[in-house]
Design a protein around this ligand. Structure first.
Ligand code: NDP
Length: 338
């Protein structure tokens, strides 16, 4: 049985990764694309060989589609996801799920009540490197995890220097863009949840409108582990990395906070240094495969709606901390969902 997808948003991420990822599935088909502009919808459909272009959500949801992929700007995710859920469509939504974690919880509750699969497109969970690190941590290969460091400050490509650096009302800023990914990847690799964050943000010359284009966060996790993460849009030459340091060893990964598979993961212990091997599957192809399996009753999306609430609650707390100058507790309040 094929899964027919409707794309909500004529976006760069769909063009660069997700259209291919859906078509890479034996049972994946793209039926329609929606853009708020009829001309852009039509041009995007032609460019990407999509049979139908529509310019309203009602039209898209009235089509014979099983699932929607939402990759509009962040302030639109909530309303579009709730409408899709009400129409009985499964929803794979881009991060952040919404602008506020309370709204993300509404999405999760609505999907749960309707029996709909809701996934958050946190691609990094699908990276072979991060899965290898998670397995090594869970298998006790570094002993008791003590501290982690995430290096995820990049240079925002020119074609993406739009709403992310100019529009607070669209959910711009590096914290909602990248810190959400770092919070999620830390949770995934460590198998632990953050409980508190302290953050500094900066405007280093790219972002305007009061938005931040750099952030450094310090996180405390349930186990007592502490972590630091650095997110940025303006550092051309920084490189990326992810480290976990434990009582018996360290995991040191480089070039792994990216959209493409690859990078290097070293395990350093008293026995010496070992390079971990892992698969190099496309991250987004794996994400869609897991989502299809969840639709067919086989498990959950790689990152669930609840995971999306966690990452947004974490980013929200980081922003509150940066604004207040105080450490802020993180509570996704998943237990209080009606
Ligand atoms: P884009 O800016 O490419 O697209 C977002 C929206 O902007 C589109 O839905 C479109 O609206 C509008 N738009 C696009 N091109 C134009 C244009 N030329 N003129 C006017 N409006 C235009 O965003 P991204 O693809 O970078 O991001 C979309 C979402 O995906 C965000 O939520 C982001 O956080 C997330 N993302 C996730 C990534 C991941 O790896 N998980 C990576 C990158 C982004 P319309 O549909 O109405 O035409």
């Amino acid at each position: 049985m094929s899964v027919k997808w409707g794309l909500i948003g004529a976006s760069a991420i769909a063009r660069q990764f997700m259209i291919n990822a859906i078509r890479a599935q034996a049972d994946g088909k793209i039926a329609a694309v929606m853009s708020s502009s009829p001309e852009r919808a039509q041009a995007y459909a032609v460019e990407n060989n999509i049979p139908l272009a529509v310019s309203t959500l009602d039209e898209l949801l009235g089509e014979d589609v099983d699932a929607v992929y939402i990759s509009t700007t962040n302030e639109l995710h909530l309303e579009q996801a709730l409408a899709a859920i009400e129409a009985g469509k499964h929803v794979l939504c881009e991060k952040p799920l919404a602008l506020a974690s309370a709204d993300a919880r509404r999405m999760v509750a609505a999907a749960r009540d309707a029996g709909i699969v809701l996934g958050t497109n946190h691609h990094l969970r699908n990276a072979g490197a991060h899965r290898a690190m998670r397995e090594a941590v869970a298998a006790g290969r570094i002993g008791r995890p003590i501290a982690a460091r995430v290096f995820h400050s990049v240079y925002l490509p020119e074609n993406l220097q739009g709403w992310r650096i100019t529009k607070p009302e669209a959910g711009g800023g590096v914290v909602l863009d990248i810190t959400v990914h770092d919070a999620d990847t830390l949770r995934f690799v460590l198998g632990d949840d953050p409980v508190e964050v302290s953050a500094f943000t900066q405007a280093a010359g790219m972002a305007g409108g009061g938005l931040e284009d750099g952030a450094m966060c310090i996180w405390r996790f349930k186990s007592g582990l502490i972590a630091q993460s650095h997110e940025g849009f303006t550092t051309k030459f920084a490189g990326t990395g992810f480290e976990v340091h434990g009582s018996q060893g360290s995991l040191i990964a480089s070039d792994v906070m990216t959209q493409r598979p690859g990078g290097l993961v070293l395990l350093r212990t008293a026995e010496g240094e070992e390079q971990l091997s892992f698969d190099h599957e496309d991250l987004y192809v794996r994400s869609v495969r897991q989502f299809h399996a969840a639709i067919h009753g086989g498990g959950q999306p790689a990152a669930t709606g609840e995971d999306g609430v966690w990452s947004l609650a974490s980013a929200e707390a980081a922003l509150q901390s940066a604004n207040s100058g105080k450490a802020v507790k993180i509570d996704p309040k998943l237990g209080s969902m009606k």
